[in-house]
Design a protein around this ligand. Structure first.
Ligand code: HEM
Length: 135
C-alpha cells in the first residue's frame, strides 16, 4: 500500500461507505476506486487492518493469473521476483519480511513448484454421482 495518502484514502472509503455498509457496497467501492489498497480495513474498519490481505491458497495457482488482490502481477515468475525483492515497500509490510536470497536456478525451481500445484482437471466438476465417470 502506498502509505502516503493511506489515511486520506481510508477516510474517503469510510465516507463512501457511510450508510451503505453492505458487502455489495464494499465490492463496488473496491472495484471502482483504488480503495482495495486498504486491504481488510475496508471490511473491518479497524486501522490495524490497513494494508492487511488474506493469504490465499495456492491450489491451481498456475491457472489463476493475474496475481495479488489487484491482479498487478501477470505471471508466477513476476510473483517470485516480487518476493525476491522483499515485496512492495510500504508501511504496512511486516518488518520481518526482507529480500529472498535465491539464486536464479532456485527461483526457477520455485516457479516450477508453484506450477506443479495446478491440476489438468476441469476447474468445476459435476457433483458426485452425476459426472460421466460415475455413471
Ligand atoms: C517464497 C515464498 C512465497 C511464495 C512462493 C508465495 C506465493 C504467492 C503467490 C503465488 C501469491 C498470489 C496468489 C494469488 O493471487 O492467487 C501470493 C500472495 C500472497 N502471499 Fe505469498 N508467497 C510467499 C511468501 C509469503 C509470505 C512469507 C507471506 C506472509 C508473511 C505471504 C502472504 C501472501 C499474501 C497476504 C498474499 C495476497 C496478497 C494480495 O492479495 O495482494 N506470502 N503469494
Amino acid at each position: 500500500m502506498r502509505q502516503d495518502g493511506a489515511q486520506g484514502l481510508a477516510r474517503r472509503a469510510l465516507q463512501a461507505l457511510e450508510g451503505a455498509a453492505s458487502d455489495r457496497a464494499v465490492d463496488e467501492l473496491v472495484l471502482s476506486t483504488d480503495a482495495s489498497e486498504l486491504g481488510r480495513f475496508v471490511v473491518s474498519r479497524r486501522y490495524a487492518d490497513l494494508g492487511a490481505f488474506r493469504t490465499p491458497q495456492l491450489r491451481n495457482v498456475g491457472i489463476t493469473a493475474p496475481y495479488m488482490h489487484d491482479g498487478s502481477l501477470a505471471t508466477l515468475s513476476d510473483v517470485v521476483e516480487f518476493y525476491r525483492r522483499g515485496g512492495g515497500a510500504n508501511a504496512a509490510l511486516d518488518p520481518r519480511l526482507g529480500p529472498l536470497e535465491l539464486t536464479d536456478p532456485e527461483a526457477a525451481a520455485l516457479v516450477a513448484f508453484l506450477e506443479a500445484l495446478s491440476s489438468q482437471a476441469p476447474r468445476s466438476v459435476d457433483p458426485p454421482g452425476e459426472s460421466a465417470g460415475d455413471r
